[in-house]
Design a protein around this ligand. Structure first.
Ligand code: SF4
Length: 452
């Protein structure tokens, strides 16, 4: 069979799924397969982070989210790409679409300057949209008193909406028998250290507060609305604290210093109820106990540490229990969309993968808990990324958007809080297009967490 061009694949899916926004089709394809950058389109941020450039550089806020390691990326590593790009116009008439940058020098999508000098996104050589770059925020231009950059301590993503506080840069699930098979958190830490980049393993709470003070001072338009506290799982202790107290003590300090300034979220393991209660008492508003993949066998294979320390059934039970502490709307477990189709163990048919994932969505949504998903980036140093450099089929991602929306409607639910606006042209959530495809399903009363 002659191989289909990527353009033909994209257009075929746009035609077959006309109710999925075209923006989402392009965005999912960019997220699963990455984009290349012409040298002229790189930010010039420098290996040590933002200098005097005008473009907000990629911060490597937790995982690498690249299709190559830093040494393999060459110029794209030394001359940082932007954190995100925004697409508009072109032959598909794209409304404003924010996409997280995942670098892949072999991608058929290339960002480069056109003949008139304006940046464009090119697919198979044809220009398909204009490209806007995120401006360097004023707060990135100021350093902490110890010389660290705000980008290193408190980077922002989602076009400045979310402050991403990876306060523990490694995971205590370590090695092949424990690490989640799609995750490169430990490798990303190692590669930044090897490249001599600043990359703090455990962020002191004082540094986080100082960085937030700078953001608060210079974000005069109030674009930053939420912060996420996250990092690796803690199976023993860090600095004498267990997982709930470790992540929670940052929330406590932030809420004491800046009461209610941002919506506090934490991504952590599904913990027993008393630990979840501590998160809540520390001032966290939204809890993300990520379940990663629904299928039982795949969870056991892809998340061996979580299976061994907690177990899938207990993980799910704890998710539902935590709804009693936070309120169901404020418990938002993530899954990594696409890994259920990863070889050698995954589903081989798109329909079967969608059916399995929908079963999981129905399980949680029938209890009022709305999961969300990020689009799998097959990072090359992970077992699943190595075996599946092309990621999951694009059709899977498009049908997932359709199934997700349908299940949300079936249970009379709306978009989860803390992700900004919904719908094409408005969404800012950059690592999947689930918010782009939920037009009309924004929760009444806006984006704030529900009272719990
Ligand atoms: S729990 Fe899994 S996904 Fe989370 S940081 Fe550890 S290895 Fe990565």
């Amino acid at each position: 069979m002659a191989s289909q061009t990527r353009t033909a694949l994209v257009e075929d899916l746009m035609e077959r799924f006309p109710h999925v926004p075209r923006e989402a089709v392009i965005k999912e394809d960019l997220l699963r397969g990455g984009m290349a950058f012409d040298e002229s389109a790189l930010s010039g941020g420098g290996a040590d982070g933002p200098g005097g450039g005008d473009v907000k550089p990629k911060s490597y806020f937790i995982f690498s989210f690249d299709h190559r390691t830093l040494p393999e990326l060459g110029a794209a590593a030394l001359n940082r790409p932007p954190e995100e790009i925004v697409l508009t116009g072109g032959p598909y008439g794209l409304r404003r679409t924010v996409v997280s940058v995942r670098v892949n020098p072999d991608s058929p999508y290339v960002v480069r300057g056109g003949e008139d000098g304006t940046l464009g996104l090119y697919l198979d050589g044809a220009r398909i949209s204009d490209v806007g770059l995120p401006p360097m925020p004023e707060y990135y231009r100021h350093k902490l008193s110890n010389g660290k950059s705000v980008m290193e301590v408190a980077p922002t993503i989602q076009w400045g909406y979310l402050i991403y506080l990876t306060v523990f840069r490694v995971c205590q699930y370590f090695g092949a028998k424990e690490e989640c098979q799609f995750c490169d958190i430990n490798h990303n830490w190692r590669q930044h250290k090897a490249a001599g980049r600043p990359y703090t393993g455990v962020k002191p709470v004082e540094e986080v507060l100082e960085a937030l003070e700078i953001i608060d001072r210079y974000d005069t338009a109030g674009i930053s609305r939420a912060y996420t506290l996250t990092g690796g799982s803690i199976t023993s202790q860090v600095g004498g604290r267990d997982e709930a107290d470790f992540y929670g003590h940052y929330a406590k300090a932030i809420e004491e210093r800046f009461p209610g300034r941002w919506t506090g979220k934490v991504v952590a393991q599904a913990l027993p109820r008393d630990a979840v209660q501590r998160f809540h008492d520390y001032g966290v508003k939204i809890y993300h106990p990520n379940f990663e993949v629904w299928d039982r066998r795949l969870f056991q294979l892809h998340c061996p540490g979580k299976e061994r320390y907690v177990g899938r059934d207990e993980w799910h039970r704890r998710i539902l229990d935590s709804a009693e502490v936070f309120g169901a709307r404020n418990v938002i477990p993530n899954f990594v969309a696409g890994i259920e189709m990863a070889e050698p163990f995954g589903f081989t048919k798109v329909g079967e993968a969608i059916e399995s994932t929908t079963e999981g969505l129905r399980f949680f949504m029938s209890h009022g808990v709305v999961p969300r998903f990020t689009t799998w980036c097959p990072e090359p140093t992970t077992p699943l990324g190595k075996a599946n450099p092309l990621g999951a089929p694009l059709e899977y991602h498009i049908r997932l958007l359709e199934a997700y929306r349908a299940t949300l409607e079936e249970f009379g639910l709306s978009s989860p809080p803390g992700y900004g606006p919904t719908g094409p042209g408005r969404a800012v959530f950059s690592v999947s297009s689930f918010m782009d495809s939920l037009e009309g399903l924004e929760q009444p009363g806006g984006d704030a967490p529900a009272a719990s």
